[in-house]
Design a protein around this ligand. Structure first.
Ligand SMILES: Nc1ncnc2c1ncn2[C@@H]1O[C@H](COP(=O)(O)OP(=O)(O)OP(=O)(O)O)[C@@H](O)[C@H]1O
Ligand SMILES: [Mg+2]
Length: 308
């Protein structure tokens, strides 16, 4: 039954698209989340994070593409999949006039969880045990957010999806959520997909991430690699790019060639190998016009500041 659980990918999104009238909210998006990942889902306001997450949770229907979770197609195994997922989308829906514990009880019942101990357990996990019998109205932002997460955890899901869980929180509140995610990941073995518009925040918790912009993927990968200053991505401009591609494809640099949305020649390599690349290009009779360093994250943040 659980055979898919060990196959690696907990979420596999392929060619996902969502169109609202003339607006393309999510555009041909593909990424995968592996078991045990704290997966960062990064993008500025309006990038399409919440729309994607809503599609993952079947709250809205994709215009195109496919979503597989735990190795199953979401359109065919909806309830089976969602029973293994916990989520908080944007602001958690909580009843202010009820206590934290009462909110949890309602949610637990809805998700078919009748275990009273589960409620105590999650209250404890999110550090709300002492305030569990106060009305949610009296909670701080951070406490509401933590209660939202408790609701997502009550049926002990394998995968937890959090949409901007630290939005509107002060530094202490942000640190609390961060530590909670890390603890649940390390000790609880849960897989997380966490969206944010802050790279600085993702760096601290995520092991892998995808960055999206205007619904499209900018980059996906291991945070270690993406943030590694020793790793260099370059764009190569030559007298004859078509021929250069052919020559590169036959050389030992073939494995370093990456797709570029603008169709430029892009290579990813160790910084220390750049001089060697230039030497070998010259040996291949490639006439270099320009070799431009390209930092995907810098590019992304440049686009952010330009937009802002
Ligand atoms: N129901 C809808 N009808 C029309 N357009 C929508 C709808 N929902 C989202 N959009 C549009 O889709 C785009 C992506 O929105 P989305 O909420 O997914 O972005 P986001 O990355 O979550 O942004 P934020 O960081 O502000 O939460 C935006 O341009 C938004 O206006
Ligand atoms: Mg959003």
């Amino acid at each position: 039954m659980d055979s898919s659980a060990d196959s690696g990918a907990v979420i596999e999104v392929a060619g996902l698209g969502k169109v609202y009238g003339s607006l393309v909210a999510v555009d041909d998006l593909s990424f995968s989340v592996r078991r045990g990942d704290v997966y960062g889902f990064l993008g500025q306001n309006g990038a399409g994070k919440s729309t994607t997450i809503r599609m993952l949770l079947t709250l809205i229907r994709p215009t195109s593409g496919s979503i597989r979770m735990f190795g199953m197609d979401i359109s065919r195994h909806r309830s089976e999949i969602l029973a293994r997922v916990g989520a908080v989308i944007e602001k958690p829906d909580l009843y202010g006039y009820l206590t934290g514990r009462e909110n949890l009880r309602i949610l637990a019942r809805l998700s078919g969880c009748r275990d009273r101990k589960a409620i105590d357990r999650v209250l404890d996990t999110v550090g709300l045990a002492a305030r569990a019998d106060d009305r949610v109205r009296t909670y701080s932002q951070g406490m509401r957010q933590r209660l939202g997460i408790a609701c997502a955890l009550v049926h002990d899901p394998e995968l937890v999806i959090l949409d901007e869980p630290t939005n509107g929180l002060d530094p202490q509140g942000i640190a609390d959520i961060r530590n909670l995610i890390l603890r649940l990941s390390r000790e609880g073995g849960k897989t997380f997909l966490v969206s944010s518009h802050l790279l600085s925040e993702m760096e601290l918790i995520a092991n892998r991430m995808v960055i999206i912009d205007k619904g499209r993927k900018v980059v996906e990968g291991e945070c270690r690699t993406l943030l590694d200053p020793e790793r260099q991505v370059v764009h190569l401009e030559t007298m004859d790019d078509v021929q250069t591609r052919v020559r590169l494809a036959r050389s030992r640099w073939a494995a370093h060639i990456e797709d570029d949305p603008q169709g430029r020649i892009r290579l990813s390599l160790d910084r220390a190998d750049v001089p060697q690349l230039v030497r070998e290009l010259s040996d291949m009779d490639v006439q270099i016009l320009a070799l431009r360093p390209f930092n995907r994250l810098e590019d992304y943040f440049l686009s952010l500041t330009q937009a802002g």
